[in-house]
Ligand binder design. Structure first.
Ligand SMILES: [Zn+2]
Ligand SMILES: [Zn+2]
Length: 285
């Protein structure tokens, strides 16, 4: 039984549509695949409709979290997608772009820069508004000569005077919300240091005490030593160990099923979940 519990589709930053993803998962010989797009469940319906017989879909999401200034990802499985508190949090993370840009405009106004929200919105046009559009407004106003000059501590660089953080969920809150929606949590690629700073083991222990179910150990961003260390940590803390491809279609090199999860661990995840059930394929559309 081959089980891959971490895959992305075009519902977030993957390149396969949800329907293509499940067809490709079946073609790759998988028995179980999880669809875990960033902060959204919007690909689930299409994946279920296209699900080939012989393949089971685990519904999920990968939640953007932050603790102590360190970004981290939390996989959430088999939660009730309609549960209001978790749904509101996903929307807050996803829809944070406009409030964040507005917060930067407000900070600039406090600093005496007469930038207007309408100006930033006009520059962004059809695109989703972000920090570069605020920077372009500063150039228009003659505050800085170039967009690059706006990305300093004086203005919009991380931690700068007019910088506003993205909303990301506290992982303890994520665990609480996912459990409240009947789901199971697995800390994604916890030691992927290529992506930046990682969460210390002491915090993983605290998350475990707060109800974290597992950690993703077998992942392309972990070398053999790291996997060994994480396996030991999971054993000490009584955490489940998963493995998965973190497939993004052609955007990353990892193939579907390149890393997999032990069937006993999968059975335990489904046993703990009460918010949703794995969906067996019926042939697909
Ligand atoms: Zn991730
Ligand atoms: Zn991912």
């Amino acid at each position: 039984m081959r089980i891959d519990l971490h895959c992305h589709s075009t519902a977030s930053d993957g390149t396969d549509t949800p329907a293509e993803l499940v067809r490709n998962a079946a073609a790759a010989g998988l028995d179980v695949v999880a669809l875990t797009d960033h902060d959204t469940t919007r690909g689930h319906a299409e994946a279920i409709a296209a699900l080939p017989s012989g393949l089971t879909l685990v519904t999920g999401a990968e939640l953007s979290c932050r603790i102590g200034g360190v970004g981290m990802h939390m996989l959430a499985y088999l939660f009730d997608p309609e549960e209001p508190a978790l749904l509101a949090e996903r929307e807050l993370v996803r829809d944070d772009r406009v409030p964040r840009a507005r917060a930067m405009v407000a900070k600039l106004n406090e600093l005496g820069v007469p930038v207007a929200w309408e100006q930033v919105a006009r520059i962004a046009g059809e695109g989703s508004v972000g920090r570069p559009h605020v920077a372009a407004a500063l150039v228009e106003l003659g505050v800085v000569p170039t967009v690059g000059d706006a990305f300093t501590q004086d203005w919009l660089a991380d931690g700068g005077r007019a910088y506003a953080e993205k909303h990301e969920t506290d992982p303890f809150e994520a665990i609480r919300l996912v459990k409240g929606a009947g789901g199971v949590t697995v800390f994604a690629h916890p030691a992927a240091d290529k992506r930046g700073r990682t969460v210390p083991e002491s915090v993983i222990a605290e998350l475990s005490a707060a109800g974290l179910d597992g950690i993703e150990v077998d992942h392309m961003d972990h070398d053999a030593d790291t996997r060994g260390r994480l396996r030991g940590l999971a054993k000490d803390l009584g955490l489940l160990v998963t493995g998965s491809s973190d497939y993004h279609g052609s955007r990353k090199t990892c193939e579907l099923g390149e890393y997999t999860t032990d069937p006993e661990v999968y059975a335990e995840i489904t046993r703990r979940a009460t918010g949703a059930f794995p969906v067996p394929g019926t042939g697909g559309a």
